[in-house]
Design a protein around this ligand. Sequence first.
Ligand code: ZN
Length: 464
Amino acid sequence: MTAFERIKSALGPKGWSEDAGELAALTADWRGRYRGNTPLLVKPATTEEVSSVVSICHEAGIAITPQGGNTGLVGGGTPQGEILLSLRRMNRVREIDAANDSLTVEAGCVLETIQETAADAGRLFPLSLGSQGSATIGGLISTNAGGVHVLRYGMMRELVLGLEAVLPDGRVWNGLRGLRKDNTGYDLKQLLIGGEGTLGVITAATLKLFPRPGEISVAFTAIEDPQKAVDLLGHMKAATGGALSALELVPRNALELVVEHIPGARDPFAEPHPWYALLEVGAARRGEGREMMEASLADAFEAGLIRDAVIAENEQQSRDFWNLREPIAEAEKAHGRAAKHDVSIPVSQMPAFMAEATAEAEAMMPDAMIIAFGHVGDGNVHFNVSRREPGAGQDFADSTAPVTAMIYEKVAKYAGSISAEHGIGVLKRNELADKRPLDVELMRAIKTAIDPKGIMNPRVLFAN
Ligand code: ZN
């Protein structure tokens, strides 16, 4: 039997596909930037089946691209001739341990399902991002996802207690420990978290749960400029005693795109403002959230930090405010292609970075529209370059290479990162090699030790 025949017989008829339609949907990425191909889609239903597939591939030297919900933005889940290993059928909740504040799920569980499962147990799983209706936990862990609540709860790296993974030789590594203290040498799970599938296939995870806030209050504020957002951040952190769970920056042009392209979205203010900040506070007890928000914003107004503010009166309004922030990427996509720069800068330096990078980008490309938005509360801005006129194509996005180089130079100047939360994938592997050569040398040594045949997601993280 050939290796492919052995894989098919190990998985049974439900566990693989060569159907052109099914393959086409999974070999292109969400943004439509990457198109790939695969000779075989495998859909294992258990860790044992993943182990069988990987063992056979290891023996035969066949490369594998693991994939979750296919919502990545850097091409890390798009196969180029590798076997495509989809974890979507592995979507069981294995165990919820409320007293231990932990939840054990399989890799293919969708984030929204995990949030709901935690809520049903009276707990919070705080990771929250635009693609949560389709992103799976295995992919979110492999890419160390961030999202809108990092300010208070941290990135995926801080939300995982334990992992189960299939190693590149097919062995199962069981690190599913629900421990908050485990001081036993190298923290091996952290190599897989953010490892982008290069060191093995994550099959299950034990996640950290938190108390559910008694009341969440959301406000949409109008502000002068990014410096005011940073000042507002400091004020709100102190005024809410650490209960601030999100501060998202929205520029006027992004708000206009959302109002134009997203159903139900409308500008909550009568007058236009240059910038906006969405704030979310999670108070411990019911009845405290709105009050805390109102008092903090009254002080902020007094201090000249905000121009105006609206506080959500109910859950529907909270969703409406979030609906001005979450779909920015979608609205931007409807407007045209953009070159995306997911960068982080120390919060204190963010306003200077944004002012300099915007001025230089506009000087380099007079028809450019800078859409700089996002998680300013944790120092992460999505600094995207699109064109003022709608309908920019991929050729436009590709023509921005000099602007991208300028932005990454600025990031280096301000001691930031060229990838805050989207990862490296194939999109940024050359920049990573260029910007952090010693890091890449050490990562390569680890990669070679754990995956000597180089079969696990071979094209990502490392430049050729
Ligand atoms: Zn983001």
